[in-house]
Design a protein around this ligand. Structure first.
Ligand code: MG
Length: 202
């Protein structure tokens, strides 16, 4: 098994599908904004201007706020974060969501992240910028950071930034050529870092 304990000093997480269960219905949002469901929301909104863009951003924000008020943490993620924090690992969150929605989630769930990078802070994943910014804010070299995500944009952003990439495998994204490691459950993260496994009751 790969153990990165001697080199990894910080762990970055994607939010939707990794820290909280995916609550955003991307298909419904695209249907409401564009009247069609292809492509990616932020990239399509970038192609709009003026009133159309304002309308699109307002719709997205309404969906994100509503999701932030009801999304639930993934099984075991809160004890995992506390455990990593206890072992001195610096924790960051890197998401394509808005600052407002992430603040709502953090306030509700009490997430122990030292830094949160949202789409207001840097060009969104799959650009490497938000990963690099999180590393900078946490005082980490990229080779000291691990990024855990559940989608190809996460793996691409991490690979481009030069951090280690871990894919939380799922039916939509079972594998990735840009993942250094595949996991089926968040419980696999501590052993990956050379830490003991989580107490199942925690
Ligand atoms: Mg995700």
């Amino acid at each position: 098994m790969t153990v990165w304990s001697s080199t990894i000093r910080g762990v970055l997480f994607d939010m939707d599908g990794v820290v909280v269960a995916q609550c955003l219905d991307f298909v419904a949002i695209k249907q409401e904004i564009f009247g069609s469901t292809e492509g990616f929301i932020l990239e399509r909104i970038r192609g709009l201007s003026g009133k159309e863009r304002s309308r699109a951003e307002a719709i997205l924000e309404r969906h994100e706020t509503e999701a932030a008020n009801r999304c639930q943490p993934l099984d075991g993620v809160l004890p995992l974060l506390r455990r990593l924090d206890h072992h001195g690992l610096r924790l960051g969150l890197v998401t394509r969501n808005s600052r407002k929605s992430v603040n709502l989630i953090q306030a509700r769930l009490g997430l122990p992240f030292l830094t949160i990078v949202t789409r207001e802070d840097a060009p969104p994943k799959p650009a490497p910028d938000p990963i690099l910014l999180a590393c900078h804010r946490l005082g980490l070299r990229t080779d000291e950071a691990l990024f855990v995500g559940d989608f190809e944009f996460d793996m691409l952003a991490g690979r481009r930034a030069g951090v280690r990439t871990v894919l939380l495998s799922n039916p939509v994204q079972p594998t990735s050529p840009n993942a250094d490691h595949l996991i089926a459950s968040l419980a696999e993260i501590p052993p990956l870092l050379g830490l003991p496994g989580l107490d199942k009751k925690a």
